[in-house]
Each structure stands twice: as C-alpha cells, then as structure tokens.
Design a protein around this ligand. Structure first.
Ligand code: EPU
Length: 337
C-alpha cells in the first residue's frame, strides 16, 4: 500500500510553483495500490483530486482532499501489423518520455506533440494539442478506474467526446474516474503534418525530414516561445483560443483587419487569444510577483513567491481588458482550484 502523507506541500507538484497544502497525499505505483487506497475506510468520504505533474493547474487555496498522484509506469507494445502499432502506456509516464520513445522506435503520430509538459494520464483529459495535431488523432482507447465502483472501464476514442482542449473527463465524468492506461495507435508509415505556422520553414533549414528532425524542430520552436517552468514557473497557455461565430468574426475583422484567426468546424472561427492579449498591450505586462510572458501572451508567469490568487487576479485583468477591447470573453485553459 502506498504511503499517505498528511498536510503535504504541493509546491513541487504544480508548475506554477504555488504553495498549497493537501490534507492527504499519496502516489500509488500500481492499479492494485490505487484500489487499496480508495478502499481505505478513512478516505471513503474524503473528496479525491487526481494530479499528474500539475502543469495545467492553478491552486488558489489549500486542498481539503486526498490528492492522488499516480506513479504507475510502463510502455508496452500490444499489437502490431505492417502499418500500425498499438501501444499501451501507463498514466504515470512522463508524456515527453513517451514521445521520445515512439520517435526512437520509428512510430509516427505524436512527434508534433514533443516537449509538452505533463503525464500521459492527463493528456486525454484536456486533449493536448500542438502544431496541428491533437491527442484525439492518435488515441485508440483509455482504461480508467471509477472512483466509486473501483471498476476498470474502457473508453473508445469516440466515447471520450474529444473537442478542442476538452473531453468527457473534464465535463460529465469530471472527478469520477482515474485514468490508468492510455492506448495509442501509431503509424509505421510516416505521414508528417507540417502545415502549422513556421514548422515547415524551420524544418527546411535542417534539410532532412524525419521523425527525429520534426521532434527537434518542434522542441526548438517551443523553447524559443514558451518559458521553461523550471526557470519561470507557468502552466503553458492560460487561456483557450476562443471560437466565435461567422457573424461575430465578420464584425471583428472589419474593425481589426490584422486579427489572427483559423477557420474552425461548423463555419466558426478560432482566434489566436495570444494575439488579442498582445494587441491590448499586455504582452510583457508585470504586476508585482506575476506577469504576462514577453514572448507568448497566452502564458502567465509566477516571478517568485506569488499566490494562486495573484495569478488569478492577473488572469481576470487580462480577461477584462480583452473583453473591453473586443467584446470576447476568454476562457481559462488552466484548471483553477
Ligand atoms: N500571437 C501573437 N502574440 C502572442 C502570441 C501569439 O501575436 O503573444 C500570434 C502569433 O503570431 C500567431 C498566433 O498568435 O500568429 C498563434 O500563436 P502560436 O502559434 O504561438 O499558437 P497559440 O495559438 O498561441 C496554441 C496552443 C499552444 C500550442 C501552440 C502551437 C492553445 C490555447 N494554445 O497556442 O498550446 O503549443 O498553439 O500549436 O491552444 C498549451 O496548451 O499550454 C499550449 C502551449
């Protein structure tokens, strides 16, 4: 049975590096340990919070719950044919270690998702995405443990109800399941997706296009724009890119011809929230211990010693400024607790 800690500091378990105390904390290393923990009488009525590496979380208060940090490990090839492989990956694996593994093995599908912080178990919850690829494009199924019934259930790709930075685990089933394993369908034939932003241009500078050079290029682009949490604590994009109707879009583009946008499903438009914030002059804005990153306005930074409320106040200030300028309400991508 995994050890349970009382009044445990979560400072090292969130990339904003915010101090928050968990009433209880445990890091089970297997499904059996996890089930054992959830069966403990002492914790039956205690709320549960599952965290991976806390790279998409903002703590604004102490956590009156049993915080579970799954440390279940393992990457296993479970099926193979001439074109595809199915790989089973445990929730506690570090996401980018898995990407590195797949690139080394010559399996394609997730190389554009290189260097995204976090654990494999958290990836389906918010359908991580970057450079024209989303997790939903390669996810085969998810095995998750129901916290109440302690039963393992499989969810197909469709049952996960994926959308932009969204899934059933963030909505209807929020707090009800713990993701145990994620299965990926990766390809042995390489079909690179290079149309996002400057990916193709940057790659052409290297010359060769293969899994490793795509991974290296994505890592270089990310490093140049996004601050490393070890140096400047942050949680990646704090806001989602807003999706708006055709009608709103037409009004906005007339008033703001340099608006950055992408066509989205159902004749909607997705706007670059970074551009909206930047336009309001907030890129590089700093207030005491918190600020908006100087290279990517979607990212908020803890310059040291900030509280979760300081970050939240900054986020509200950004949201209000963008609303007053464009009439658009930004949604948080980060989970605020
Ligand atoms: N832009 C600005 N100013 C800024 C930031 C962006 O003008 O401060 C403009 C850029 O010039 C570009 C456009 O906005 O024309 C889009 O910028 P970028 O390609 O950097 O992507 P993004 O829309 O800002 C999204 C994801 C990132 C992901 C990148 C690359 C969201 C909320 N964010 O950012 O994901 O890495 O695309 O695919 O969808 C994350 O989720 O934590 C994250 C970092």
């Amino acid at each position: 049975m995994s050890q349970v800690f009382n009044n445990f500091s979560l400072k090292e378990f969130n990339t904003f590096n915010i101090e928050a105390i968990a009433k209880y904390f445990a890091a089970p290393q297997s499904i059996d340990e996890l089930i054992f923990l959830l069966q403990e009488k002492e914790f039956l009525k205690v709320p549960k919070l599952i965290i991976g590496s806390g790279s998409n979380l903002l703590f604004t208060k102490d956590i009156e719950a049993l915080v579970i940090h799954p440390e279940i490990k393992g990457i296993e090839l479970i099926e193979e044919n001439q074109e595809h492989v199915i790989v089973k990956v445990a929730a506690g694996e570090v996401w980018d270690n898995f990407v590195e593994w797949s690139v080394r093995k010559g399996y394609s599908g997730i190389e554009n998702l290189s260097f995204i912080p976090g654990r494999v178990g958290a990836a389906p919850v918010q359908n991580i995405g970057a450079y024209g690829v989303e997790l939903k494009d390669v996810l085969y199924k998810v095995d998750a443990l129901s916290i109440e019934q302690l039963e393992l259930t499989s969810f197909t790709n469709q049952e996960c109800a994926f959308a932009y930075r969204n899934s059933i685990f963030k909505n209807k089933l929020r707090g009800k399941y713990i993701i145990a394993h994620v299965y990926f369908k990766l390809s042995k034939k390489h079909n690179f997706k290079l149309n996002y932003g400057n990916l193709k241009n940057e790659l052409q500078k290297i010359g060769q296009i293969n899994l490793q050079t795509v991974r290296d290029t994505v890592i270089n682009i990310r490093r140049s724009k996004l601050p490393e949490p070890e140096e400047l604590p942050n949680a990646g994009s704090f806001f989602k890119n807003p999706v708006i109707s055709d009608e709103t879009f037409k009004q906005l583009i007339t008033e703001f011809p340099s608006l950055v946008y992408y066509p989205a499903d159902n004749s909607m438009y997705k706007l670059a929230a970074g551009w909206l914030i930047d336009y309001c002059g907030l890129k590089g804005y700093r207030k005491d211990k918190v600020g908006v990153h100087k290279n990517q306005a979607l990212v908020l930074i803890n310059y040291g010693g900030a509280s979760g409320k300081d970050i939240l106040n900054l986020a509200e200030h950004v949201r209000k400024t963008v609303f007053n300028t464009f009439g658009i309400k930004l949604e948080f991508e980060v989970n605020v607790l």
